[in-house]
Design a protein around this ligand. Sequence first.
Ligand code: HEC
Ligand code: HEC
Length: 337
Amino acid sequence: MIYKVASACIGIIMIMAWTYQPSESITEKSVVEVLESLGADYSAKKPNMSISGVSVEAGRSIIEDGFAPKPGGGKTGQQSKHFVCTSCHNTQREDPDLTVSDPAARLAYTSDRDLPFLQGTTLYGAVNRDNYYNGDYYKKYGDLVDAARNDVRGAIQLCAVECAQGRSLDDWEVESILAYMWSQQLQMDDLVLSEEEKSIIENAVAGNGDKAEAQKLINSKYLNGSPATFIKPPEDRKMGTGHTGDSKMGMLVYKNSCLHCHKNGEYSFFQMDDHAITHKYLNRKSDKYSRQSIYQVTRWGVPPKSGKRSYMPQYTSERMSDQQLADLRAYIRERAE
Ligand code: HEC
Ligand code: HEC
């Protein structure tokens, strides 16, 4: 009897184990995988891996090192004499909440992770966006933006030539950069979803719900373009931005942003460090109408020096707020004393 019950139990357990197939949770998938299973079509945005030389690794190498191994052997020439893509862009996630572009939250998030705080939007999740060079970038680049606004390949090419001031990229290089960007696409667990929202999406994926609604819900959880608003330096530089600066936050701006390019002249001829003498210099210039005033350089950028096609990109209000500029001013003043 005992034997019979035991074997029946084992039998039942075996049947349960066989029929119980845990459905793969949506939270382990990429955002695009889930959107595709809901009917979205991303095929035009996927890299063409059949072109010779195209690889994720070549893309990473161009983005971080400025060159890549050539398909036929040897390596390509530097894409730019002045910069690599990561001079101005992170390739990791940089915003805790992907539905807003909030520079204060970004500075906290990036500095916790030892990432720089830069003018260009992170390339993480770039393939998930539909619009590029948004807002006031149209004013800066004019018609050039047309080819980039809704086309990630156009955006890559525009930035290589206009932002990085380098040569244009070959097709296999563009496709490789795109392949790398796909390796940095948004994941479902990057999105902030309630349990209820998760089950709406899971049901739709399983075929028991409104697929279009589920797509909309997912799309509402991240920005489909990075907003960009140009702002001017303060009217009266002695008065500053009108915000009270916090030098502790200013230190983060200085170290994670300015020094990323200026330390040891990394991407600029103008060397900056954290010594008092450098801060004294910046402090003297800041409140003047000087091309070395922090107000001037952050809001207008720095045009290329004659003969040298390097320049400093400006910070939009989404990439550095006026509060953060006041914080930077406070840090420089404190360190100059
Ligand atoms: C000197 C700084 C700089 C360099 C170097 C640079 N970029 Fe950019 N990039 C920018 C800025 C500024 C923008 C403006 C839009 C934004 O990112 O908010 C931008 C925009 C982009 C965008 C569109 C982002 C969006 O969401 O609007 C892509 C894609 C891009 N760059 C790719 C690259 C690649 C690939 C390289 C290297 C070949 C590169 N960039 C090098 C500064 C730079
Ligand atoms: C993406 C790289 C980058 C970042 C980040 C950056 N700069 Fe620059 N900066 C440059 C480049 C490039 C120049 C142009 C001069 C050159 O070619 O060396 C420049 C020029 C300047 C100049 C003018 C130098 C001169 O003599 O004309 C100042 C001042 C300056 N930067 C300050 C800052 C401050 C302050 C920050 C932080 C808020 C900052 N920079 C962030 C790249 C950068």
